[in-house]
Each structure stands twice: as structure tokens, then as C-alpha cells.
Write a protein that binds this ligand. Structure first.
Ligand code: ADP
Ligand code: MG
Length: 339
């Protein structure tokens, strides 16, 4: 009998692992924008062609990378954001798994130009199918300029699963909105096939919400603010008259990370109680900040689902904060300060 088990070559292992992280252009958009945020950028520009299928370019003015790091960042499990298992419980960055760039380079053609402020010259790298085609010194601005071209060019089965440009673009805009809402202090722009989609000057949470979702909300938002030893809640909810007939414009952020939570959504709905018109959904952007040790964000590769150490407390605080906010604006007839 001969032995039959092989270790897969890196490029195949990367391509398989990429399936978890990069499902469509919007997943790459999320990862690239989050990397720019983690690099401390104050300005992030994104250009797309064909709804990201042929080009996603992200240009940031963050801290850039050294020549060695520019090469290392495409290795799997290569990250500057954690060093040991303890760090997992103190995460303040968007990334930490060290998988995104390795995954992107396994399923697309990538070009990167990056420079740190202390270096005179930057580094240019061209990589596809996880193979470096070119690496050289180059003149470039401080920060990182990364282009991802022809997503899934070497994986036709995956390419064929991509939806229409309009549908992929909707997913991209959703991801863009999540990051832009979470970081209103950063300038963001988005162009698609040369057309400007968003141009968002830095501002505060409310200004960013109105820039992204429309000035029709300007007189219809109620501020939510609650500070406790356990957590802080900031943001706003739409007055009952701003509620929508479809679910949408509902955003939760935990330590600046957009999350999906049917459980917390329920806390918001119940806080409105009878104030909401039947079959309508409240609009909100709520920012919850708490000690990172109280949340596990490593539940899913895309990190949109998280686990709270004590989700009942978070639920109760969210509900109380909203009741309180609505009551202050005399919107609620019932005052309930049971917390
Ligand atoms: P993660 O973000 O989980 O660490 P990534 O694969 O997304 O993993 O990135 C790997 C590493 O490359 C990051 O930890 C960071 O050090 C570096 N990096 C990626 N994008 C940028 C960027 N835009 N600017 C500076 N460094 C970056
Ligand atoms: Mg990352």
C-alpha cells in the first residue's frame, strides 16, 4: 500500500481558503477599505470598474508598508495586528486574521504601491495566483495604492456565479456605507466607471449619515446617548414618522465594526413600542462601545456576526437608551426607566 495524503501547495490552499473571505467584489471592497482604516488613513479613495469585477482600486494616505512588509502582507496568516492569543481579546483594529490580502492575491491580479513616510522610495509589487510577477522600488505618495483586477479570472466557476453589475454594485455600496458610517472622521470617495458615486468630507456621525442616506432625515433624527461603566451607546434613531415600509437604513456598530444582530434590532423595535406605525421599520445608526474583552468577533470570517459576553445586558441598555432618547423629545407617552 502506498500513502495517499499530500500537503496542498500554497497557491491551491490559498485559493480554497479565499472562498471563505472573498465571495464577490463587495467582500474585497470591505477588506481593502478596512485595511486602509487600520493603516490610520484620513483619506480613502476607491475606484471601481464593472462593479468591481475588473477593477477595485483603493488609495489611502495611511502609514504604508516597508519593502519586506509589502511582500509579507500577501502571505496567509500574516498580520501586524495581533501577536498572540491574548491580543484576540483586546482587538481595536478591523482586521486581525491576516487572510484578506492572501485570499485576494489567490483569486485576482493585484498591484500594490506603498510607501512609509520615513522611506524615500516606495515598493511596487505585481502578484497573481499568489505568484509574485514583479517587485521593484518606485516613487509614490506616502500610503498605499492597491489595485485588484479581474476577480476570479483563474476560477471561472466562481466568476460565473457573480450577479449582474447592478446587483454586485448594490452589495459594494452596502459595504462602503458600513465603513463610511463607522468612520465619519475619514474622507471617503467612490467612483464607478469614472462616475462619482460618493464624495464624503470628514465630519461627525450625523453629518456622515445625512451625506450617505439623504438630507430628508435632517429633522427626523433623535440623538441617543447613554454612558455607563459597562458600555457607551451613541448615535440616533429616526422619529416614528421616518420609519420605512422596508427594512433598511438600520445600522449597529460595535467598537466601530458594523454588525448584524436580529436580537439587538428587537431591542430597538420594542423600545419604540406602539409608537411605530404597523408594519414599519425604524431607521437607526447606533454605535456601541465596550471593552473588547466583552465581545468575541472571531465567530465568522467576515466578522459581521459577533458574540457578546453578556448579550442580555447589551439588549437592556440599548432598549433603555432608546426609550430615554424618545422620551426626552416627548415622543413617548410612557416613561420607563426600569434600568
Ligand atoms: P489583517 O488586516 O487581518 O491583518 P490583511 O491580509 O488584510 O490582514 O493584511 C495583512 C497586513 O498587511 C496587515 O496586517 C497590515 O500590516 C498590512 N496592510 C494591509 N493593507 C494595508 C494598507 N492599506 N496600509 C498599510 N498596511 C497594510
Ligand atoms: Mg485586513
Amino acid at each position: 500500500m502506498i500513502d495517499i495524503i499530500n500537503l496542498l501547495p500554497d497557491n491551491i490552499a490559498n485559493q480554497i481558503a479565499a472562498g471563505e473571505v472573498i465571495q464577490r467584489p463587495a467582500s474585497a471592497v470591505k477588506e481593502l477599505l478596512e485595511n486602509a482604516v487600520d493603516a490610520g488613513a484620513t483619506s480613502i479613495e476607491m475606484h471601481l470598474a464593472d462593479a468591481g469585477k475588473t477593477l477595485i482600486q483603493v488609495i489611502d494616505n495611511g502609514k504604508g508598508m516597508s519593502e519586506t512588509d509589502a511582500r509579507m502582507c500577501f502571505e496567509r496568516h500574516a498580520t501586524s495586528k495581533i501577536k498572540n492569543i491574548d491580543d484576540l481579546f483586546h482587538i481595536r483594529t478591523m482586521g486581525f486574521r491576516g487572510e484578506a490580502l492572501a485570499s485576494i492575491a489567490a483569486v485576482a491580479q493585484v498591484e500594490i504601491k506603498t510607501r512609509r513616510a520615513e522611506d524615500e522610495l516606495g515598493t511596487f509589487i505585481e502578484i497573481d495566483n499568489s505568484v509574485v510577477r514583479k517587485q521593484e522600488a518606485c516613487a509614490c505618495a506616502v500610503g498605499t495604492n492597491i489595485c485588484m483586477k479581474n476577480l476570479f479570472f483563474s476560477v471561472p466557476a466562481r466568476r460565473n456565479f457573480l450577479k449582474s453589475n447592478a446587483s454586485e454594485m448594490r452589495h459594494i455600496v452596502d459595504e462602503f456605507i458600513h465603513v463610511a458610517l463607522a468612520f465619519p472622521n475619514i474622507f471617503f470617495s467612490l467612483t464607478s466607471n469614472g462616475q462619482q458615486v460618493f464624495h464624503l468630507e470628514a465630519g461627525n456621525y450625523k453629518q456622515r449619515f445625512l451625506q450617505l442616506l439623504g438630507n430628508q432625515y435632517s429633522t427626523k433624527l433623535v440623538a441617543v446617548k447613554e454612558t455607563t461603566d459597562y458600555l457607551n451607546i451613541n448615535g440616533f434613531v429616526g422619529k416614528p414618522e421616518a420609519a420605512k415600509k422596508t427594512r433598511g437604513d438600520q445600522y449597529f456598530f460595535v467598537n466601530n465594526r458594523f454588525i448584524k444582530s436580529a436580537y439587538l434590532n428587537h431591542a430597538v423595535i420594542t423600545a419604540f413600542d406602539a409608537l411605530l406605525p404597523k408594519d414599519s421599520f425604524p431607521v437607526y445608526a447606533l454605535y456601541i462601545d465596550l471593552d473588547p474583552s466583552q465581545v468575541d468577533i472571531n465567530v465568522h470570517p467576515t466578522k459581521q456576526e459577533i458574540k457578546f459576553e453578556d448579550e442580555k445586558i447589551v439588549y437592556a441598555f440599548v432598549q433603555a437608551a432608546i426609550k430615554h432618547a424618545l422620551a426626552q423629545f416627548s415622543i413617548s407617552p410612557s416613561l420607563d426607566f426600569s434600568l
